[in-house]
Ligand binder design. Structure first.
Ligand SMILES: NC(=O)c1ccc[n+]([C@@H]2O[C@H](COP(=O)([O-])OP(=O)(O)OC[C@H]3O[C@@H](n4cnc5c(N)ncnc54)[C@H](OP(=O)(O)O)[C@@H]3O)[C@@H](O)[C@H]2O)c1
Length: 264
């Protein structure tokens, strides 16, 4: 029987987001968690929320049922240096670009789940894609439950994770880019910034809610806002002339290509 359910290597931004979701949804209690991080500030934070902490990573490998790697990919080699020769528990990795085969070769771990979460996990509205196919049912359910505590989860094959990275991983930035352009365009039409922000954000929220809940397809919803010769059609024709769809497609392809180049 292991002392802790979850050991975390690297208690930074994402680890805090995931653990605060897991604590608030009662997937885990702080006393079931050991967080390992060289940073004094980080350890003080986790002590303040009731978790145990360690400056070394070794106690997590030895005393935890699951081991979450939440260090930056470039710090992975240093993080496992002191763990050579250890018998690894079930490994959960959120490190971008670190493949299951690469983690297996570096650690000797047999059971590895790879997860690609995203930034809105920090407000409980995340999107995570999980390949837990090498885990048994109980372990797989633990991983899914952990990430469900900070948002939505889909299961994917590892081969799809670069595409996932290009969509939901990098995607929040595309949304912010569009919002910024939309607000700036609204201001060019004479609206004050706070008016523009309210109009754009609520239009985004309302449009998204309808897209998620309506039985209509996206094409039908576009048609529902467009009347022949009207304002929406004028805007849609302008988007089409500027190659909007192709620009989005090229951007997502570029992100996927970069994710592939960074995979190891
Ligand atoms: N942020 C995102 O939106 C996002 C989305 C998807 C996936 N990810 C993945 O999540 C992982 C963590 O990202 P993050 O944004 O949470 O990074 P972060 O805030 O930098 O957290 C990483 C933590 O690991 C610590 N650390 C460094 N070397 C260590 C070692 N040898 N042993 C133990 N801990 C060590 C760092 O301490 P110091 O600060 O003292 O170096 C830091 O506290 C990355 O692999 C990233 O690819 C992030």
């Amino acid at each position: 029987m292991k002392k802790y359910t979850l050991g975390v290597i690297g208690g930074g931004f994402m680890a805090r987001a995931i653990l605060s979701g897991a604590f608030s949804k009662k997937i885990l209690s702080p006393k079931e968690v050991l967080v390992c991080d060289p940073s004094t500030e980080c350890r003080a934070y986790f002590t303040s929320v009731g978790a145990d902490v360690s400056e070394q990573n070794l106690p997590a490998v030895q005393n935890c049922r699951y081991l979450l790697f939440a260090v930056k990919p470039q710090n992975f080699a240093a993080a496992i240096e002191e763990l050579r020769g250890q018998q690894f528990p079930v490994v959960i990795s959120i490190m971008a670009g670190k493949t299951i085969a690469g983690i297996q070769a570096a650690t000797g771990a047999e059971k590895i789940a790879r997860v690609m979460p995203n930034l809105p996990c920090s407000i409980g509205a995340g999107m995570s894609a999980v390949d837990a196919s090498r885990l048994g049912n109980e372990d797989r359910n633990f991983v899914l439950g952990l990430f469900l505590s900070v948002g939505e989860v889909i299961e994917t094959a590892e081969e799809q994770l670069n595409a996932v990275t290009a969509v939901s991983g990098s995607g929040p930035a595309y949304i912010y880019l569009f919002l910024r352009a939309f607000i700036s365009a609204a201001m060019k039409q004479g609206l004050r910034e706070e008016q523009a922000r309210t109009l754009v954000f609520q239009t985004m929220e309302g449009g998204l809610s309808m897209a998620k809940t309506s039985p209509k397809s996206l094409d039908e919803l576009i048609a529902a806002v467009s009347s022949k010769g009207g304002t929406t059609v004028a805007a849609l024709e302008s988007f089409a002339r500027d190659g909007f769809d192709a620009a989005v497609s090229r951007a997502v392809a570029a992100a996927r290509q970069r994710a592939e180049e960074l995979s190891e």
